[in-house]
Design a protein around this ligand. Structure first.
Ligand SMILES: [Zn+2]
Length: 258
């Protein structure tokens, strides 16, 4: 499932392939992907225009159109971009942005992704009640928000209204690297532990982006490379355990995460 690092990589991919290029045609193959937007509205806002800059907040991608509005893309469970210079339309393409001799496809195998035209980016983020973006999070903000937050640390990190961008796999990694049991109540964490969590949010996300969010390229010392029940913990002699938190499969080492 795309998390912040994946969306950051898709944003960079968009910049390399599709930024500042005139869109000749918008082709909607599956309109169920459109959110608060019609095919007509998508075309009116995009055809004959360019995306002049891109940004990201949490798992949301924004392409600023030259008319001041935004193309918003959410990648759901399986969404991604594919730029095609020559060749046929990739399977599961939902929307195509056609340029003079190429196109960008938004692909989504399962339907949970969303595409929309958004008038105001900041108003959209506010409307969605999204917390600060995990990549630009500051310690003071995190500390303030964490003091007000209730529930398990893992559930808190999953909550996009608390911090935007983190998902299941990287949150397990953040708890692992912070040596904190994901079941721990956030209110029970000492200042030092909270600081450790904050530090590891930045560390895990930065490293994941640098390594192209490719599990094969991430350090073997990470939990991510050892997400299997009963596997040896890469840090101690413990065995990895799987539990459920907020309905999501959660991996941790009971021996070194306290
Ligand atoms: Zn361990």
């Amino acid at each position: 499932m795309p998390e912040l690092p994946d969306v950051e990589i898709y944003k960079n991919y968009f910049n390399h392939t599709s930024l500042k290029r005139k869109i000749d045609k918008v082709e909607v193959i599956d309109s169920s992907i459109l959110f608060n937007t019609s095919i007509q509205k998508l075309s009116t806002n995009l055809v004959g225009k360019e995306i002049i800059s891109t940004s990201r907040h949490g798992k949301y991608f924004f392409g600023e159109i030259e008319n001041g509005k935004y193309l918003m893309v959410h990648f759901g469970m399986t969404g991604r971009f594919d730029y095609v210079e020559e060749g046929s339309i990739p399977d599961y393409s939902k929307v195509l942005l056609h340029f003079s001799s190429s196109f960008l496809s938004y692909i989504c195998i399962r339907k949970l992704g969303k595409i929309s035209i958004v008038e105001e980016k900041d108003a959209f983020i506010e409307e969605k009640n999204l917390g600060p973006d995990a990549l630009s999070l500051e310690w003071n903000t995190f500390q303030k928000l964490a003091k007000k937050k209730r529930g398990k640390i893992k559930s808190a990190l999953m909550d996009q209204k608390f911090i935007a961008g983190l998902g299941n796999i990287y949150n397990d990694e953040i708890c692992f690297q912070s040596k904190i049991d994901p079941k721990r109540k956030i209110s029970s964490l000492r200042q030092k532990q909270l600081k450790e969590v904050f530090k590891n949010i930045g560390h895990v996300v930065d490293m994941a982006i640098k390594r192209e969010a490719d599990p094969d390229k991430l350090p073997k010392s990470w939990l991510l490379s050892n997400r299997k029940e009963g596997k040896n913990c890469p840090r101690c002699s413990g065995k990895i355990k799987k539990i459920k938190i907020s309905g999501r499969g959660t991996y941790y080492c009971p021996s070194c995460q306290k």
